[in-house]
Every structure is written in structure tokens, then in C-alpha cells.
Design a binder for this molecule. Structure first.
Ligand code: ASP
Length: 326
């Protein structure tokens, strides 16, 4: 009996099975049960270079976990990006404090929050996951751990960010502009050629935040959640709103119960907007990817876009938004 027929037949009979999950496609031509996927990389906003880096690594057969780390590191080093890593806007006291998370297909994650003077918080987060019995380190403890792992301390406040902060101190009239100034966290999801999903999210958080403020980005189930049986989701936007709704965990659970990534993102946004909040003041955006490589995204205000790399092609995609549709 040909393998294709064999698998179909035992599926119908439903006995004695290695059950084939509905959400995986299999190469039935050979002898091995290898899921066939075109690698997919998706990234919040227009971080094409970061997304391309991850996408190309995936094309070469690199794991999703390595790809997300290498991808988001591009933006952590980009001093023109004032919301991630080096060059990120400081808190109201003039200090750059970083948050990051990384989650592996095996269900483990590492994260750091309120980390200062280290350019690559995502890599520190990975070390937390792999080298400690813990999942999250913050502040001075995270910093000391980073040094112990060989990370070099560095001043992350660039001249440009310092100048903007000083202007803010004078004007104090600064108002965040939705989609442009304050919400450019990089969140990335990758599906590799073995069919495994990993994710990462890294940010300097809201510009001129109170000292010690931590948003959604490094918090499991808020800024990022992955379940390798189902898919993953990442968030960007006003962290306080995402935290209150544990949104990326919600999105993955909705996908588990059969919703598409698009439907799941829409429900998660609706969960936020139906609460009594003034929507004109903030943006929230979600991105989701399932095990079939299907992508969804949804946000409150028009203007959120994401970078997609799939089958070697790349594109920038405009997300649908709640306010454009209502
Ligand atoms: N979600 C991030 C935070 O609240 C900000 C962002 O996405 O730009 O810290």
C-alpha cells in the first residue's frame, strides 16, 4: 500500500494511530513523516531588514528560534529606531531601559525587563531561558546576569535620543502620535522548515515612561505567546491595554479552538475596545501565525503594517483595523 493511501486509510479507520494533527500538512511521497512547510517570517511594522534576515535564515534551514533572535537583533542595533534597543527613547529620567522576550517551540521562554546598558536584551532573554532555572530577570539582576554571560556594557542613549528627551523636558507638552512615534516595538514570529514556531519581542517601551515602568512586551501571554501545536501571536501598542487582556495568550487559545489567525486577532482587539476606554488615545496591534503558515493581523487605528517573508518573497502588508471597519 502506498504511504499516502495508508495514512488516509488509518485516518478514516481512526484506530491505533499516530494521529495526524489537522493543522499540519505532510509530505506523503517518501518514508518519513516530515511536515512540509515553506518557512514564514512575520514582523510587526515595516522592519523589512530584520524580517528579511530571519526569512533568509529560515530558507537556509536555520531553526525558528535562531531566526527570531537574529532577526530582532537587527533592530536592537538600529540607532534610527527610537523604540527598540540602542537609540531607544529613554524614560522620563533620561535612562534607556529595555524589555525583551523569546519563546521556543518546546514551550520554554526567557525574558528580561528594565534592563539597562545592554544592546541585545533578546539574547540575554535567551540566556535566561537556556542557562538558568528561571524564566524572567529584571533590572540590576538581569544586568549582572548579562555581564556574567559575557555581554558588554554600553551607553544606549544616543545623541539624537538625548536631544529629543531634553526637548520633551522643556516642552512637557509632548503627546504620543499614534503609529508614528511611540509604537514601533519589534515582534517577530517564525515558522521553520521543520514546522516549528518561535517568537521574540523587544522594545525600549513607551518614550518618557515613568522609571521602572514595564509594558506588555516581556510578559508571557501579553507581548508574545507561542504554542507549537497551534501557532503564535505578538503584540505592539500601548502595553497597559495588552497586559490587562493577556491578549497573545487569548489569540493562541482562539486559534486552538479553530479560529483563523485573522479571526483570533480581531476578537482580541474587540475584547479591548469594548471596555470603557478612549480609543483615540492609543493604538494596539496584533500579529498571528498558525502552523499552516497562515497569517492574521488586526489593530485599532488604521496605519499598522507588518513585514512578511514567505517562499523567498517579501512584502509589506497593511493590517485591517477596527476603526476603519466600524
Ligand atoms: N508595547 C510596547 C510597550 O507598551 C510599546 C510598543 O509596542 O511600542 O512597552
Amino acid at each position: 500500500m502506498k504511504r499516502r493511501n495508508f495514512i488516509r486509510n488509518i485516518g478514516i479507520a481512526g484506530v491505533g494511530l499516530p494521529l495526524i494533527p489537522n493543522n499540519l500538512s505532510f509530505d506523503l511521497s517518501g518514508n518519513k513523516n516530515i511536515p512540509v512547510h515553506s518557512p514564514v517570517s512575520i514582523t510587526t511594522w515595516n522592519f523589512q531588514e530584520a524580517n528579511r534576515t530571519a526569512g533568509e535564515l529560515l530558507q537556509k534551514g536555520i531553526s525558528a528560534l535562531d531566526a527570531v533572535e537574529q532577526g530582532v537583533r537587527i533592530e536592537e542595533s538600529n540607532i534610527k529606531n527610537h523604540t527598540v534597543g540602542k537609540g531607544g527613547a529613554p524614560d522620563r529620567d533620561g535612562k534607556v531601559t529595555l524589555d525583551a522576550i523569546i519563546m521556543a517551540p518546546n514551550g520554554n521562554f526567557g525574558s528580561v525587563a528594565f534592563l539597562e546598558n545592554i544592546e541585545h536584551p533578546v539574547s540575554v532573554a535567551r540566556k535566561v531561558m537556556e542557562e538558568t532555572p528561571h524564566n524572567m530577570l529584571v533590572g540590576e539582576g538581569a544586568y549582572q546576569f548579562a555581564l556574567s554571560q559575557g555581554f558588554e556594557p554600553e551607553n544606549l542613549l544616543t545623541e539624537e535620543s538625548e536631544k529629543q528627551w531634553k526637548n520633551w523636558l522643556v516642552e512637557k507638552e509632548y503627546k504620543p502620535i499614534i503609529n508614528i512615534e511611540n509604537h514601533d516595538t519589534i515582534g517577530m514570529l517564525c515558522l521553520d522548515s521543520k514546522g516549528d514556531i518561535a517568537g521574540a519581542c523587544t522594545t525600549s517601551g513607551l518614550a518618557y515612561k515613568m522609571r521602572g515602568r514595564v509594558g506588555d512586551s516581556p510578559i508571557i501571554g501579553s507581548g508574545l505567546f507561542i504554542d507549537n501545536e497551534v501557532g503564535g501571536a505578538v503584540a505592539t501598542g500601548l502595553g497597559e491595554e495588552i497586559l490587562k487582556n493577556v491578549s497573545t495568550f487569548l489569540i493562541v487559545e482562539l486559534m486552538r479552538s479553530g479560529k483563523s489567525p485573522q479571526e483570533a486577532c480581531e476578537i482580541a482587539v474587540e475584547r479591548i475596545v469594548k471596555k470603557p476606554t478612549d480609543l483615540k488615545d492609543f493604538q494596539v496591534a496584533f500579529l498571528a501565525l498558525n502552523k499552516n503558515g497562515e497569517v492574521g493581523s488586526y489593530c485599532i487605528h488604521p496605519g499598522f503594517s507588518y513585514a512578511l517573508h514567505s517562499k523567498g518573497d517579501e512584502e509589506a502588508v497593511q493590517s485591517k483595523s477596527y476603526l476603519a471597519e466600524k
